[in-house]
Structure formats: structure tokens, C-alpha cells
Design a protein around this ligand. Structure first.
Ligand SMILES: [Zn+2]
Ligand SMILES: [Zn+2]
Length: 356
């Protein structure tokens, strides 16, 4: 039976820099090849925070893209998805056939760069609303959540995917050593995934409590990121070489420069959080040429890892539940964003729940 769906819903609309407003908006109407999902929960992602604080995208928009909920309406042309399915959504899905996709560079595909989940206005994820619709090209990104798993686990598939993708890009060998700079929710996911792969993880963070957490999430040791003896400590743990890779989960300039001291010759420095355009910094290019240190980036998720990520998270071999520390109702989304932006010692993953 089709659930009753109201004409209007509550949504948190981005109206300009640092201006989020709870508004009544129409529930999206779906086409033949679309579905409507009643949002249960949506993760707060640092990329949303940046958009809201810097005004890097034009308003109005309804943001929030780590979304899980229940299917409440299915277009007549859609197969394989049914009303009442509990699902996690991916707001970016690549075409699979273009030059970029064939090379595995899904995040550069023109289709992927479009956002295919919306609660209204210019599609922007829409998770900070009561209902979202999934556009046709994003239906392959709809993942069913098993009955034993929670919506929250579903909402974390997307961030886990981005981390696993980045780890794959590092091309590490078993037993390699990796420094993870920043022990926030993303850093902790790096710790756990790398440790599960048999890598030796060293975490750094300026916050003591996060350094403690870093060890429970798989780091062999954690240190203060500002410790002047850091490079020496890491050399001592790596037979004098330095780490095989350094992952920067924070966009700080100082952390980028010190990464060159932490990584071994021929090692890799991966940028995960440098998403703002126009950020430049001088670099001694001989470290790239002579020392063969590589700087690479990783952005967004990898569609080809979607099943693998679902298997790991839903089997709880990678148990993401302890990552969630705060849940806010929809009308308090601004507070959720502010808390996530402040990186307080007590907060890790923060979720906004559209349903009371
Ligand atoms: Zn995200
Ligand atoms: Zn493509």
C-alpha cells in the first residue's frame, strides 16, 4: 500500500553564507524513472560545512548528502526498488562509459559531477529535509540496508567509500607504515581501514582526547601534530626511512609541509581535505623529482567500491556505529553544523534526523 505523503515538508534551506533556515517547501514530485525517499538520517559532512560557511555555491539549496531512509514512492519505470525498502543513497553516480570512467576516474565524469538526489531547488543532496527524490542517473547508487542494520550505518556508506577509495590510491604493501594526520571521524576511518589491511598506522592530532581515540581505532601510536620531534619519532619506528605514506585529513598548510619530513623517499602524500579552489603553497620541487615523493589527491567516492563498502559496513567487520556521537533534529541543523565545524574533543560523526 502506498504510504500517505503530504504536499509540503520541512527542509533546512541554505539561503546564503551561514544562513540556514527551516522552511516549508513542496515535497518533490517524482517522474517515471525516479523514487521518493522519506529521510531517516543524514550525516553532516565537512564539504557541506565549507559550502555553508564560505558561500562557495549559490543559494538557495538544500544540502546534506549522506542520506538514508525509506522508499515511499516508486516511479512506474523503476525496477528493483520497492516501497518500504530501507535504503542508503549516493548523490553522485558516474556514467560508466565515458573516457574518465573507463580510466576509473569516476569523480571526474561529467555525469558524476551532477548531483542526483534533491529535496528541491538546484539538486544539492537534500538530506536536511523530510523527503528527497532520487533522479534516474543516481538509481544505481541506491543500496538496500539489511534489516539487522541501522539507517545510521547506511548513511555512513558514502564517507566510508571515500576513505576506502583513498586507501586504494595509495597502493600500499602489507605492513607499510602510514601517518594519518587528523583523528576526526574521517581520520579514525582511515586508521581502522588501514589497520584491517595490515598497515602500521600512526595518528596525529592536536586534541588529546582524539589521540586516545585514534589508538582505539587502530593506530599503533598517536602524537601531537605540533610535536617538533614528530619526524624523528616516525623515523625511529620505520628503520630510519620515514612513513610509506602520509594522509592529510585536514587542510592545514603546516601539515602539508611537515608531511614531506614524515614521508620516506619515494613515499606518497595524499590530500583528502584540500577541497577549496585557489589554495596555493610553495613547495621544493626537488622533493618530487629527486626524492621521488608523490603528492596525490582523492576526492569523493568510487562507484566500483559500492558493494565492497556495503559488505564491510553491514557485516560490521568495519563497525561504524561507535563513530556517531551526536544526533540533532532537523530544526537544529545549524547547531549540528556548528558542532561539526568546531571539532570539539567529544564530537565525532554528527547526524541530522528528519523524523522525530
Ligand atoms: Zn560527504
Ligand atoms: Zn563517465
Amino acid at each position: 500500500m502506498e504510504p500517505r505523503i503530504p504536499r509540503e515538508m520541512r527542509a533546512v534551506v541554505y539561503r546564503g553564507p551561514n544562513d540556514l533556515r527551516l522552511e516549508q517547501v513542496p515535497v518533490p514530485r517524482i517522474g517515471r524513472n525516479e523514487i521518493l525517499v522519506r529521510v531517516a538520517t543524514c550525516g553532516v559532512c565537512p564539504t557541506d560545512i565549507k559550502k555553508i560557511q564560505t558561500g562557495s555555491v549559490p543559494p538557495p539549496r538544500i544540502l546534506g548528502h549522506e542520506t538514508a531512509g525509506t522508499v515511499v514512492r516508486v516511479g512506474s519505470g523503476v525496477t528493483g526498488i520497492r516501497i518500504a525498502d530501507r535504503v542508503a543513497l549516493h548523490h553522485h553516480v558516474p556514467c560508466g562509459t565515458c573516457h574518465f570512467c573507463v580510466h576509473g576516474d569516476f569523480a571526474q565524469c561529467a555525469t558524476y559531477l551532477r548531483t542526483g538526489v534533491t529535496a528541491g531547488f538546484e539538486p544539492a543532496g537534500g538530506g536536511y529535509a523530510e523527503y528527497v527524490k532520487v533522479l534516474p542517473f543516481c538509481l544505481p547508487g541506491v543500496v538496500r540496508i539489511p534489516s539487522r542494520n541501522t539507517f545510521e550505518e547506511g548513511a555512513l556508506l558514502e564517507p566510508v567509500n571515500t576513505v576506502l577509495k583513498a586507501v586504494r590510491r595509495l597502493g600500499l604493501h602489507h605492513g607499510d607504515s602510514v601517518v594519518v594526520v587528523g583523528q576526526g571521524p574521517i581520520g579514525l576511518l582511515f586508521n581502522r581501514i588501514l589497520a584491517l589491511h595490515g598497515q602500521q598506522v600512526f595518528g596525529t592530532d592536536l586534541v588529546g582526547r582524539r589521540r586516545l581515540l585514534g589508538r582505539t581505532w587502530g593506530a599503533a601510536a598517536t602524537w601531537d601534530g605540533g610535536d617538533p620531534g614528530l619526524a624523528e619519532r616516525i623515523r625511529r619506528r620505520t628503520r630510519g626511512r620515514g612513513a610509506d605514506a602520509v594522509v592529510l585529513t585536514v587542510p592545514q598548510e603546516g601539515a602539508f609541509h611537515s608531511a614531506f619530513d614524515l614521508v620516506r623517499r619515494g613515499g606518497r602524500i595524499l590530500l583528502f581535505a584540500h577541497t577549496l579552489r585557489g589554495h596555493r603553497t610553495p613547495t621544493d620541487l626537488s622533493t618530487l623529482c629527486v626524492d621521488e615523493k608523490t603528492v596525490l589527491g582523492s576526492y569523493s567516492s568510487d562507484f566500483s567500491l559500492q558493494r565492497e563498502v556495503a559488505r564491510r559496513v553491514f557485516s560490521r567487520r568495519l563497525d561504524v556505529r561507535p563513530l556517531v556521537t551526536h544526533r540533532f533534529p532537523l530544526e537544529r541543523t545549524s547547531e549540528a553544523i556548528a558542532l561539526a565545524a568546531s571539532a570539539s574533543p567529544e564530537s565525532l560523526k554528527i547526524l541530522v534526523e528528519a523524523q522525530p
